[in-house]
Ligand binder design. Structure first.
Ligand code: SF4
Length: 415
């Protein structure tokens, strides 16, 4: 057994073990195990279904991109920072649009952070210090199965010796599996999170709520939760797509941050998003180092412009505002709205991915890649922004995402 780093979800567990000879895995959750198992792969590079060499497929991909007026370069959340960096440079060189999976998940939260900043902390501080943890609009038991034992609910740390030392509250529109782990479950009416944050802010500020309920939550429950928040020594709100993709979106997160700012006048609180794919943080951080923005970046004028309502992948596709697409480590055909997928079917699509998926069915050029964390190495940011080195433990004939994209850049530079 070798110690490896799991490259499935944003928890990026670095205590898991894997035997490359027998493919047996230890300590992984079911999601991680599914990636670290023998799965169907894309066998060879292909152009229009015909098997070709890597060199031929890469040459064809470059030809498509440089002959496009505005290519879309989308995906990036399930690959390493080194590949993402090459992707951002590629987007700039071909005058395309760089967008990543955040634009359909935590992107609105990013807008709130731009407005308000974020009082944040690491998963380590939560594990060691947090005596109150609130999961708001997220379901870690299904999406990040080891989060509860490694970092939050049951995790033991320097100051938290036992589950009894920590109060866990789940706020959601329905009783999820995570709600069953909680000491208190608060059910909010769909679309009313903003109002509930406002009510909590009022109570923390010392004002009175003179109605019986807010957003489906009773006045008594609101006071109970506010009291727990104010009496915490170190509290953490961990939020999910229940906030960023429901009515209010970025304004929900902004209001949550304002609540945390209010609480920090009395005690210590942090707030942090529960990021999904293992390096979706890198897919935002790397373009930020490179060009200043996290997602929805257009280079068609020769300089970067950021406009989520205009340059996010779904909007660009729905407007038919791109004439080719490079999809890396993602499956937009399975997840995007029908109108966006219809345009993907019309334009030349290049796919780079280890595994076949729905996007493979519409791709003109398919380039298989090595699985990062098993066959390729690199750096990934865990959901709390901590960089972790992802290992290569098996030699393979598949090229890494980084190598494929770097070769594409070399060809463009020679032209
Ligand atoms: S919780 Fe996430 S990172 Fe950890 S083993 Fe499961 S899928 Fe992998």
């Amino acid at each position: 057994m070798e110690k490896v780093v799991c490259t499935f979800c944003g928890s990026v567990c670095d205590d898991v073990e894997f035997d490359p000879n027998t493919f047996s895995a230890r300590k992984f959750c079911a999601l991680g195990k599914s990636k670290f198992s023998k799965k169907e792969r894309i066998k060879s590079p292909m152009i229009n279904g015909k098997e070709v060499s890597y060199e031929e497929a890469i040459e064809k991909a470059v030809e498509i991109l440089v002959n496009s007026k505005r290519p879309l370069l989308y995906g990036w959340a399930s690959t390493v920072n080194e590949a993402i960096r090459a992707g951002v440079i590629l987007a700039e060189k071909v005058g395309g649009v760089y967008d990543q999976c955040s634009s359909v998940c935590h992107g609105p939260g990013t807008l709130a952070l731009i407005e308000e900043g974020i009082p944040g902390g690491t998963l380590g501080t939560i594990k060691n210090r947090a005596d109150v943890v609130i999961f708001w609009g997220c379901n870690p038991m299904e999406a990040h199965p080891r989060h509860a034992t490694r970092y939050s609910v049951m995790a033991k740390g320097f100051l938290i010796k036992d589950r009894k030392d920590r109060k866990v509250i789940v706020v959601d529109v329905r009783e999820t599996r995570s709600a069953k782990l909680a000491d208190i479950f608060v059910q909010v009416k769909p679309g009313y999170d903003y109002a509930v944050f406002s009510a909590l802010r009022m109570i923390v500020k010392g004002e009175d709520i003179d109605i019986d309920e807010v957003g489906g939550v009773s006045r008594d429950k609101l006071y109970e939760v506010a009291e727990i928040m104010m009496n915490a020594k170190y509290g953490a709100i961990l939020y999910g797509l229940g906030l960023t993709q429901s009515r209010g979106r970025d304004r929900n997160v902004e209001n949550a941050i304002k609540l945390v700012q209010q609480l920090n006048r009395k005690t210590r609180w942090i707030i942090w998003p529960m990021r999904g794919h293992y390096n979706v943080v890198g897919a935002g951080e790397v373009p930020t180092w490179e060009v200043g923005y996290q997602y929805a970046i257009d280079f068609s004028r020769g300089y970067p412009r950021f406009s989520p309502s205009e340059f996010s992948a779904v909007e660009v596709l729905k407007r038919r505002d791109c004439d080719s697409a490079l999809i890396v480590a993602s499956d937009p055909v399975a997840h995007f709205p029908k109108k966006a997928v219809e345009h993907l079917k019309r334009i030349p699509v290049i796919q780079i991915d280890p595994f076949p998926n729905m996007t493979t069915l519409v791709a003109d050029v398919v380039i298989p890649s090595a699985i990062t964390g098993i066959e390729a190495e690199g750096t990934a940011y865990r959901m709390d922004g901590i960089p972790l080195r992802v290992k290569k433990i098996i030699d393979t004939e598949y090229w890494s995402d980084e190598k494929i994209l770097t070769e594409m850049l070399k060809i463009i530079d020679k032209r």
